[in-house]
Design a protein around this ligand. Structure first.
Ligand code: PGA
Length: 253
């Protein structure tokens, strides 16, 4: 399995910045055959970036989708619209959607079903809040989020699913989970995937880490057993930093 690196721009970036970001990546010497790089820009930039992304060997993804295929859902976007805009991936259940925009587990599950059913690869985000970790509930929270989302997802081709373990308290804060905690949470995630998904699909899902990943800590995080890549927010706005993070993944044992 190739390591997976996602650049989650959130609500940042212009078309010009996106094109310049892709140009930098295209000109760099990194060997993109060794890892899968996916850029998640704001929706409006997807058609602007599609051609340059293809040339740069970078895939595009949406940061969110709605579970209905079309209709009177003001402000929402469907899986087929993302595909038409050039996406091969979509993020589902990011903590900012769960906790700022109040998406519940059931909604996340319906979105995952819609994404996979339309042929998009999905990055399913899970992770506990600090009060849940302090109460010793981190494992229970992540297990609940996984089983709830995957319970209704139908047959899953493991390679089109990525699970991002992102402790909420580590996102955008400069804090990271300890290597031991990351290893424990990734092992728990693998165990749940193997139990919930049919056959050996669970063994083909990549489990990546997210939350304040940057060039200075990437090698340490990516060397933790069971870490198959990273979902990068703030540091991904700088293409050189994102390249360094992906490069640290290639160097990791
Ligand atoms: P961060 O964001 O790298 O800025 O912490 C990660 C994420 O939200 O996926």
């Amino acid at each position: 399995m190739k390591p997976f690196f996602g650049a989650n721009w959130k609500m940042n970036g212009s078309g010009l910045e996106g094109l310049s970001w892709l140009q930098t990546i295209k000109e760099s010497s990194g060997d993109r055959a060794c890892s899968q790089l996916v850029l998640f820009p704001p929706f409006t930039l997807l058609p602007v970036l599609a051609e340059d992304a293809r040339e740069a060997g970078i895939e595009l993804g949406g940061q969110n989708l709605f579970f209905e295929p079309s209709g009177a859902f003001t402000g929402e976007i469907s899986a087929s619209m993302l595909v038409e805009a050039g996406c091969t991936w979509v993020i589902v259940g990011h903590s900012e959607r769960r906790h700022v925009l109040h998406e519940d587990d059931a909604t996340v599950g319906r979105k995952l079903f819609a994404a996979l059913g339309s042929g998009l690869g999905a990055v399913l985000c899970v992770g506990e809040k600090i009060e849940e970790r302090d109460a010793g509930q981190a494992g229970d929270v992540v297990e609940r989020q996984l089983t709830s989302a995957l319970g209704g997802s139908g047959p899953v081709d493991g390679s089109s699913l990525v699970v991002a373990y992102e402790p909420v308290w580590a996102i955008g804060t400069g804090r990271n989970a300890s290597p031991g905690d990351i290893e424990t949470m990734h092992a728990l995630t693998r165990e749940v995937l193997s139990r919930v998904l049919p056959g050996d699909a669970g063994s083909r899902v990549r489990i990546i880490y997210g939350g304040s990943v940057k060039p200075s800590n990437a090698a340490g995080i990516l060397a933790v057993p069971g870490v198959d890549g990273a979902l990068v927010g703030g540091a991904s706005l700088d293409p050189a930093s994102f390249q360094q993070i992906a490069g640290a993944g290639r160097a990791a044992p």
